[in-house]
Every structure is written in structure tokens, then in C-alpha cells.
Write a protein that binds this ligand. Structure first.
Ligand code: NAP
Length: 258
């Protein structure tokens, strides 16, 4: 486990799923963690669950990442509470199904607003504080869907997750001189509240296509995020790292041993 004591961290979309797993790993490693999402009730529950895992402070911050002013307020709340921001985990994202034939302009706009604009707005809002850190870290939760694979019903989502990587590469160059690294984690199928809504058949089908035989856990993503946030990862930037139990490797279902 990397020691993240005294690191000041924001995790967006941290009341559930992957974001909560990242927040739990960071809290356990001693970081001060700002848990950010929209639902105030879920924020209270998440803060109560994370409090006491480590020695750092845990706060809840209400944010809608699709709104740049809300992202600005989130960054200000973290600076007020902790004195600065060292790590931004831009994790908040949505994945509603919309087959291409019936996808509406609103369906498309909503996914791009949260997943793409929300990532950019979150980074912009934290930029000044990340620069003051002297060792800032941006860790984006992208996906295998879009950058590497496709799945019917999620073309808009795949486009949004690939767009995050396009953003990351130029951001990594622009921010390198400020000693800020920008990297992306590409999870495969991770058992989260959001994924559970897709139903048991979806989950069982996915498990069959994964050489490791099971879906991942939010903490599997959290451990890579902790490494990317650590001092040891200071020279790693602009990279996208797949965490998927080998899911993108087989050429067909027959190629999955088991
Ligand atoms: P989840 O269980 O549905 O949780 C989503 C989190 O994001 C919640 O905390 C939610 O809280 C928050 N959120 C949603 N819209 C928001 C907004 N506009 N502003 C701020 N917070 C918002 O999702 P998940 O499965 O953990 O996915 C998290 C991230 O991982 C997403 O970027 C997703 O694309 C990516 N991912 C997931 C998987 C997977 O298998 N689960 C695979 C690849 C990539 P509120 O609704 O209260 O705001």
C-alpha cells in the first residue's frame, strides 16, 4: 500500500461504485478525501462509511460535474477544508443505454455533458490548486468501452470514454511543466451499483468473457489510482492503463479457458 498521508484528494462520483472504492483505498492510505457527487443523502452515507478508515479527514462535497460553477465550488470547498488539492480523481460518469436507432439528441448531450465536459470542468476547477501542490495528479476513470471495445447500446458512452483519452493526452503535455501528471484508468467490468442495474444476465455473460472468471471490484481500480497518486509515479503521464482481468484479450468466447 502506498503511503498517501497528507495528500489532499478529490474523488468525483465517490458515493458509490468505483469512486467509493477509490476513496476507500485513499482514505485507508492516510489521505484527506473529499467525496463529491450530487445526492446529499448518499454523500452523508459515504462519508460515514469512510470516516475512520485512516488518519485523514473525510468530507462530502455536493457537485454536478456537468456544471462548471459547481466544479469551481467543489474545488473551493476542498481547498477550504484541506488547504490545497494534490490529487483529482475525475471519476463521475453515467452509462444509460441508448441504441443508435432511437438515441435522442438529449441522450447524447447528457452523456457527453457528464462524462466529457464533466472531466474537463473538474480539471479546470482544480488546476490552480494542483499547480500549487507542486506534484499534482489527475486520474481519469475512462473505460475499455470506446477506447478498446464496443457494446451495442453504448455508442454515445464509448465516444465519451474515448474523448476523455483525447483530452488526457494534450492535458498531460500542457500540465507537465507544472509538475502535474494526467493518466487514465480503463476499467473492464467492475461490480458496482451502476453495473448491477444492468441485470444478472448481463453480469453472468460478462463473467464468461473474462479470463479471470469474475468481474473486478472497485478496490481493484482504487489500488491503481493509489499508485498513480503516489510520489513513485511522478514520471508516468499521459498513459491509459487497462484493469480488466484480461477481458480484452480473447479473440472469441472459445478462447477463454475454463
Ligand atoms: P455508479 O455506481 O453508477 O456511481 C456513479 C457515481 O457518480 C455516483 O457517486 C453518482 O452519484 C456520481 N455521479 C453521476 N452523475 C454525476 C454528476 N453529474 N456529477 C457528479 N457526480 C455524478 O458508477 P460506476 O460503475 O462506479 O462508474 C464510475 C465511473 O467508472 C464512470 O466514469 C464509468 O464510466 C466508469 N466505468 C465503470 C465501469 C463498471 O464496470 N462499473 C467500467 C468502466 C468504466 P450521484 O448520482 O449522487 O451524483
Amino acid at each position: 500500500m502506498f503511503d498517501l498521508t497528507n495528500k489532499n484528494v478529490i474523488v468525483t462520483g465517490a458515493t458509490k461504485g468505483i469512486g467509493y472504492g477509490i476513496a476507500a483505498v485513499f482514505a485507508t492510505a492516510g489521505a484527506n478525501v473529499a467525496v463529491a457527487a450530487r445526492s446529499l443523502h448518499d454523500l452523508d452515507t459515504a462519508v460515514a462509511g469512510l470516516d475512520g478508515l485512516g488518519s485523514g479527514k473525510i468530507i462530502g462535497v455536493s457537485v454536478d460535474v456537468a456544471d462548471p460553477r459547481s466544479c469551481q465550488a467543489m474545488a473551493e470547498a476542498a481547498v477550504d477544508a484541506f488547504g490545497g488539492i494534490d490529487v483529482l480523481c475525475a471519476n463521475a460518469g453515467i452509462f444509460p443505454e441508448a441504441p443508435l436507432a432511437t438515441m435522442t439528441p438529449d441522450d447524447l448531450a447528457t452523456v457527453l455533458d457528464v462524462n466529457v465536459k464533466g472531466t474537463v470542468y473538474s480539471v479546470q476547477a482544480c488546476l490552480e490548486a494542483l499547480t500549487r501542490s507542486g506534484a499534482g495528479r489527475v486520474i481519469i476513470t475512462s473505460s475499455i468501452t470506446g477506447p478498446v471495445t464496443g457494446f451495442p447500446g453504448w455508442s454515445h458512452y464509448g465516444a465519451s470514454k474515448a474523448a476523455q483519452l483525447g483530452f488526457m493526452r494534450t492535458a498531460a503535455i500542457e500540465l507537465a511543466a507544472k509538475h502535474i501528471t494526467v493518466n487514465a484508468i480503463l476499467p473492464g467490468n467492475i461490480l458496482t451499483e451502476g453495473l448491477q442495474e444492468m441485470g444478472e444476465d448481463y453480469i453472468a455473460g460478462m463473467a464468461r468473457s473474462i479470463p479471470a472468471g469474475t468481474l473486478g471490484t472497485p478496490e481493484d481500480i482504487g489500488h491503481l489510482a493509489a499508485f498513480l497518486a503516489s510520489d513513485e509515479a511522478r514520471y508516468l503521464t499521459g498513459q491509459s492503463i487497462v484493469v480488466d482481468g484480461g477481458q480484452i484479450l480473447p479473440e472469441s468466447l472459445d478462447a477463454v479457458a475454463g
